[in-house]
Design a protein. Structure first.
Length: 215
């Protein structure tokens, strides 16, 4: 549904609907032109509202960007909370891979801005600070879900705080390959790549024998 269509069905005074219109407009702009093309004026035009109205909901494009990321991460959190632990580590990763790939498709070109303006230290607006919290909660939930999935299969994960961050970065790398179709140049089917990558991640984080945690 386009922002224009959403605008027509958003009733006057429907603050939640208006906010959705603004975010939908911003997401289209990000996908088409990246972070540099994301301006409050462009967002307003796409949402069919005035620039002043956009500022009533967000104090700048950083806050809009952070809200978009938070919305996608909220969806991923719901999947992590509900996914069947009995699928095992690799199975859980295969379940969330489509959402990670879609997130990277929409925001991958803006990853540097996300890290510099939202995740990096320093003063942040309220929206950006909230988005950082959502990101950290997602990483924590990922670690918990993988631990429970391993336990359901009689496995134990390596005890290291870097583990969920490495898994996340590995999923982003997989998403990047799938979107750029790099593997297809070598005639590797996407489904095969996903199965191999998620299996490799599982082997990389499951403790074997008497292996000790990394220092």
């Amino acid at each position: 549904m386009s922002a224009e269509t959403e605008q027509q069905t958003t009733a006057w005074g429907d603050a939640a609907g208006r906010r959705r219109d603004i975010l939908s407009s911003a997401e289209v702009i990000l996908e088409d032109g990246g972070y540099s093309g994301l301006t409050m004026r462009a967002i307003a035009v796409g949402a069919g509202v005035s620039t002043g109205t956009v500022y009533q909901y967000f104090d700048g494009k950083e806050a809009v960007f952070a809200a978009l990321m938070a919305r996608r991460l909220d969806d991923l959190q719901r999947t992590l909370a509900e996914v069947d632990r009995g699928l095992g580590v690799a199975g859980v990763l295969r379940e969330i891979e489509p959402q990670v790939t879609e997130l990277w498709r929409r925001f991958g070109r803006s990853a540097a801005q996300w890290e510099a303006k939202v995740l990096a230290g320093g003063p942040r607006g309220k929206g950006a600070a909230g988005s950082v919290k959502v990101y950290r909660t997602t990483i924590t939930l990922l670690a918990t879900t993988l631990t429970e999935a391993a336990q359901a299969c009689g496995q134990t994960l390596i005890d290291d705080p870097a583990l969920p961050h490495w898994v996340w970065d590995s999923l982003i790398g997989l998403a990047d390959d799938l979107l750029l179709r790099g593997s297809r140049t070598s005639r590797v089917r996407p489904a095969h790549l996903i199965a191999f990558a998620t299996g490799a991640i599982e082997r990389g984080i499951v403790r074997t024998g008497d292996a000790e945690p990394l220092g």
